[in-house]
Ligand binder design. Structure first.
Ligand SMILES: [Fe+2]
Length: 466
C-alpha cells in the first residue's frame, strides 16, 4: 500500500469532515426567521393519537398568533368519493397554546376527533374559518386484529429537509397504506431550534397529515437544560405531538402505549428515569391482551460501537423484555443498521434514516448490519406472522425476516429473508484495524498543531503577543 504523508492525510481528513452533513453550515438567523415564519395558513400539520385508534384521531398544526385562541377549528366527516362530504362535516374546536421559539412566537392548535367509527376512512381539514388546510384523509383502526403495515425510522436528525426528505418519501411510496410511522428518537439535532422542527415537517410534508406519527424521544430532543441544569424535553414536543397520557406520572411525555389491531406499541424514554419506567412497563406488558408486542425507544439495549454504553438499559429493561417475550424492539442512536437474531425471544433492531452515518465496530450480537445507508423499515403484521423489511433510500431491500407465532409459551420462529450482500456484519478483525487508524489520525492532528504553535512562538510577532 502506498504510504501517505501526515499533512496530506490530515488535509484529507479535513476534506472528508467538511463533506459530511454534520459540517454543513446553518443559514443566518434572519433567513431562518423568514423561511420558518408562521402565518395564518395552517402548517406543520401532524396526526397522532392521544386516545384509542379505533375511536379517535388527534391532529396538531401551527399558525401565527393572528389566529387567536378560541378561533382555531377542525372539521371532520366520513369520507366519500365525491365532494359532498363537506356538507356533513362536524366542527371541533381546537385547544391553542402559545409556543415561543428561538425564531418566532406561534400558536399550536390541537384537536382530538372522538366518537369515531372503527375501520372507517375520514376526511378532515384544519383552519380558522378563513384560512383552511386542504382536506386530508385518515383511517381509524379495526376493533379486531386485521393485517396492516407500519413504518419505522431511526434518527433523521441532520440535513433533514435536504437529505431526509427523499428517504421518508421513498418510504411512503413503498408503503402508502402504512397505518402509522414510528420515529425512534433524534428527529432533530438541537431540541429547541425551530428551524429543525420546521425542516422535519417540511421533509415529511403532507405524509404527516395522513399517516399518524408515533415518536419516541432521543437524546437530541433533550439538548436544552432548565435553570438547574437538568436536561429538558424539546418545547416543540408537547405542542406538536398529542400523545397518549397513560405513562408513569413522573415521565409522561415520551412514555406511553396504544393498541392497534392486535399489536401493543410501547414507547419508553431511554434518556432518563429508567428505573421509574419499570413498574409501569411491567403493568403494561403483564396486562396485554394483544398477540404482538413492539417496544420502541432511542438508546439501544445492545450497542454497535465501543463509544456508547448500554449496560444500564440492558440490566434494567432486558429482564422485563425477556420475561414478557416482547417480539420486536425498535431503536436508534447509533446511526448504523444492526439487527439481532432472537435474543431471549426478542429481535432487536437499530436503524438510521438521516444522512449522518457512522461506522460499525462492535457487531458480535448482530445477524445483519449496515453502514453508509439511509434506511427505512416496513413492518407488516398478519395474524400469526410479522414480516419485516429494511430498505435503503433507493427502495432496495437491505434486510428482511419473518417472525411466526408458535403455540402459547413457545418463542417465535424467526425465518431469515433476503438481504443485501453488505448486510452481513463485518469480520471481527475489522474493529481492530480501525483503532490504530483513529489513533494515528489523532497523533497527526496533535503533531501539526504543535508544529504550528512552535512556528508562531519562534516569530517576533509571536513573542510580542504573549
Ligand atoms: Fe442520533
Amino acid at each position: 500500500m502506498k504510504p501517505v504523508s501526515g499533512p496530506s492525510l490530515f488535509v484529507a481528513c479535513l476534506a472528508l469532515w467538511a463533506a459530511t452533513p454534520a459540517a454543513a453550515q446553518f443559514l443566518d438567523e434572519d433567513m431562518e426567521k423568514k423561511l420558518h415564519a408562521p402565518g395564518p395558513m395552517p402548517d406543520r400539520i401532524v396526526l397522532t393519537w392521544r386516545g384509542d385508534p379505533t375511536r379517535s384521531q388527534s391532529v396538531t398544526w401551527r399558525t401565527d398568533t393572528s389566529v387567536a385562541k378560541g378561533t382555531a377549528v377542525a372539521e371532520v366527516a366520513v369520507s366519500e368519493a365525491g365532494p359532498k362530504f363537506r356538507w356533513k362535516a362536524r366542527s371541533v374546536p381546537a385547544v391553542t397554546t402559545l409556543l415561543k421559539t428561538d425564531l418566532s412566537e406561534a400558536h399550536y392548535h390541537t384537536v382530538d376527533f372522538t366518537n369515531l367509527t372503527a375501520r372507517t376512512k375520514y376526511v378532515y381539514r384544519v383552519g380558522d374559518g378563513t384560512y383552511w388546510s386542504e382536506w386530508c384523509h385518515f383511517q381509524t383502526a379495526a376493533e379486531q386484529p386485521e393485517p396492516f403495515s407500519f413504518l419505522y425510522f431511526g434518527d433523521a436528525q441532520l440535513q433533514i429537509r435536504s437529505h431526509w426528505s427523499r428517504l421518508v418519501r421513498e418510504a411512503y411510496a413503498t408503503a402508502p397504506r402504512a397505518r402509522f410511522a414510528i420515529h425512534a428518537g433524534d428527529l432533530i439535532n438541537s431540541s429547541n431550534r425551530d428551524a429543525e422542527w420546521g425542516e422535519w415537517c417540511q421533509a415529511a410534508g403532507w405524509i404527516n397529515t395522513t399517516v399518524p406519527v408515533v415518536p419516541t424521544p432521543g437524546n437530541h430532543e433533550y439538548t436544552s437544560t432548565d435553570d438547574e441544569g437538568n436536561a429538558i424535553l424539546a418545547r416543540h414536543w408537547r405542542a406538536q405531538f398529542a400523545l397518549p397520557e397513560n405513562g408513569p406520572s413522573a415521565i409522561k411525555e415520551g412514555v406511553y402505549y396504544f393498541d392497534y389491531q392486535g399489536v401493543r406499541i410501547v414507547s419508553l424514554d431511554s434518556n432518563d428515569k429508567l428505573e421509574e419506567q419499570i413498574p409501569w412497563l411491567e403493568r403494561v406488558l403483564s396486562k396485554n391482551p394483544n398477540r404482538w408486542t413492539i417496544l420502541t425507544f432511542h438508546h439501544p439495549v445492545f450497542v454497535s460501537t465501543i463509544r456508547w454504553n448500554s449496560d444500564k438499559r440492558r440490566q434494567l429493561w432486558k429482564p422485563i423484555i425477556d420475561k414478557y417475550r416482547v417480539d420486536l424492539v425498535l431503536q436508534g442512536h447509533d446511526h448504523i443498521y444492526g439487527r439481532s437474531p432472537l435474543i431471549g425471544g426478542t429481535v432487536y433492531v437499530i436503524s438510521v434514516s438521516g444522512p449522518d452515518l457512522r461506522w460499525l465496530d462492535k457487531t458480535d450480537w448482530m445477524k445483519r448490519s449496515g453502514e453508509g445507508k439511509q434506511l427505512f423499515q416496513v413492518i407488516h403484521i398478519d395474524g400469526d406472522r410479522l414480516r419485516y423489511e429494511a430498505r435503503s433510500a433507493l427502495g432496495e431491500l437491505h434486510d428482511s425476516f419473518e417472525l411466526r407465532k408458535q403455540a402459547r409459551g413457545q418463542p417465535n420462529l424467526l425465518i431469515e429473508g433476503k438481504a443485501a450482500p453488505d448486510s452481513k456484519p463485518p469480520e471481527p478483525e475489522r474493529s481492530v484495524t480501525l483503532l490504530p487508524i483513529i489513533v494515528l489520525l489523532l497523533l497527526m492532528v496533535v503533531l501539526v498543531w504543535l508544529r504550528v504553535a512552535r512556528r508562531r512562538a519562534a516569530t517576533p510577532l509571536g513573542r510580542g503577543s504573549a
